[in-house]
Design a protein around this ligand. Structure first.
Ligand code: COA
Length: 443
């Protein structure tokens, strides 16, 4: 049979496709822009036909309907990243949450959660019968190597990407053609605080560095401050729109990379059509499974690797909380520790943790004497190096406990410094040095 005949033989409706799922199955769905909402909606429409199905996903832009009351007994969500629409369900026990470093998620799925079914969003096939995972290779492509049932929503809006990002139509169980615009994760306006943080982060970035930038206001603010840099590289689990202008202008050109020279390496794209159009059919961008992209050993093959991540809280020891607020699961570790460790192992590498000094409209300090009860440490004090706020840069590696605490107090919001200094005194029996060593500290 030609691939076209195979394709035709597998074409079906979304309703028929999802009825290949059996009671008791574990079903992995894509995340971000790669979520096959056409198939998910068909599953939800027929929810009464299904029992005891575990849905596994990561960051979703959707409304997590699996968590609705009427879905109990039919579907149960086990998320690997709490999202806005399912945080409360996780906190109240309606949904489950499994914590795992991003690079280990393919192994977690294969060895422990053992899904029988994958729901994937793919591009239209090329002239050889290969569809592309497009924006999302991450953990989902790996699942397709062993899942018994692979249900594909083929969507002409899904870009075609290079790298390890293809699957042949013969390997799909059922194909549903459904064109739908991808979720658009547009950049929000950058605040003055984020702009200042971006400037401090950029001061730690040198020509020729390879960057990991996450998504959101701070990474975008960093991007805006990189226009005077040269020959930057990009190796990131996911990126948003912020990198596109820099790539198009050649500020990021991957020329000095010591691994995958000349190519941008990503696990997923999490932006709008601006980013999707850039990665579409672009041989300079490679999408790879996350156990490659985020493996600290592979990350470290890039000399001068700089990781920039964000967090919610840091205590005076330099312990970083990024994914919980007290007992509440807010997000997940994602690839934060993967990149902190990879950048630390990289020759000439640096890891940066960037956050605004306060939260909740300036009412609380993110730099605290003690981590909030119930919160989990995301990145240990032994892994952290630079911490950046709008008040400067604290450099922690190699510093004594006193020096670390003093550095952190110096980048706290001024209105919280006296309180933090009292905690310093309680711990160390003296007040902190007014002028910690880091030169960039201001305020
Ligand atoms: N105590 C209580 N609430 C806090 C808080 C704290 N210490 N810190 C932040 N918050 C609140 C904020 O006020 C905000 O609430 P609001 O929207 O009602 O104002 C909310 O929590 C989110 O804070 P914000 O700083 O805007 O978060 P963000 O969207 O920039 O995301 C992380 C920051 C840390 C949650 C996110 O980067 C993350 O999940 N990181 C872990 C994964 C990771 O790093 N992956 C690798 C890169 S993609």
């Amino acid at each position: 049979m030609t691939w076209q005949e195979i394709y035709q033989s597998k074409l079906t409706s979304a309703k028929k496709a999802v009825h290949l799922i059996e009671d008791g199955d574990t079903v992995v769905v894509g995340f971000g822009c790669g979520e096959a909402f056409g198939l998910e909606n068909a599953l939800l429409d027929s929810y009464k036909d299904f029992h005891d199905i575990t849905i596994v996903n990561m960051l979703t832009t959707g409304s997590s309907p699996w968590c609705g009351e009427e879905m109990q007994g039919h579907f149960r969500l086990n998320c690997l990243f709490a999202s806005a629409s399912n945080r409360n369900a996780v906190s109240s026990g309606i949904a489950d949450f499994t914590t795992c470093h991003f690079y280990e998620i393919p192994e977690l799925l294969r060895e422990r959660l053992r899904p029988r079914v994958a729901l994937v969003m793919l591009s239209s096939p090329d002239e050889h019968g290969y569809c592309s995972f497009g924006t999302n290779v991450d953990y989902i492509k790996g699942v397709c190597d062993y899942a018994d049932v692979i249900l594909a929503q083929v969507n002409k809006h899904m870009p075609r990407t290079f790298g390890n990002s293809i699957i042949h139509v013969r390997d799909l169980t059922a194909i549903v053609e459904q064109d739908a615009p991808l979720p658009q994760i547009c950049s929000v306006e950058i605040s003055d605080v984020e702009r200042q943080i971006g400037k401090y982060c950029a001061s730690l970035i040198h020509d020729g560095d390879t960057l990991q930038l996450g998504i959101g206001g701070i990474p975008n603010a960093v991007c805006q401050q990189l226009w005077d840099k040269k020959d930057l590289g990009l190796h990131s689990e996911l990126v948003g729109d912020g990198v596109v202008d820099l790539l198009e202008a050649g500020v990021i050109n991957n020329k000095k990379k010591t691994a995958n020279r000349g190519r941008t390496i990503l696990g997923a794209a999490f932006g709008s059509d601006k980013l999707n159009n850039y990665i579409n059919n672009n041989p300079s961008v490679e999408m790879h499974p996350i156990d490659y992209v985020n493996n600290p050993l592979f990350i470290a093959q890039n000399d001068n690797m700089v990781s920039i991540n964000s967090c919610l809280q840091v205590d005076l020891l330099g312990q970083i909380v990024s994914d919980t607020i007290g007992l509440h699961q807010f997000s997940a570790v994602g690839g934060q520790v993967d990149f902190v460790r990879g950048a630390t192992m990289s020759h000439g590498g640096r890891s940066i943790m960037a956050m605004s000094s306060t939260a909740k409209k300036g009412t609380i300090s993110r730099i605290v004497p003690l981590i909030t009860e119930g919160s989990a440490i995301t990145t240990s004090r032994n892994d952290v190096n630079y911490v950046v706020t709008e008040y400067g840069i604290a450099q922690l590696k190699g510093k004594t406990l006193k020096e670390r605490a003093a550095e952190l107090i110096s980048i706290a919001h001024p209105k919280f410094r006296a309180e933090l200094a009292l905690e310093y005194q309680r711990r160390f029996g003296e007040m902190p040095n007014k002028h910690p060593q880091t030169q960039q500290n201001v305020g």
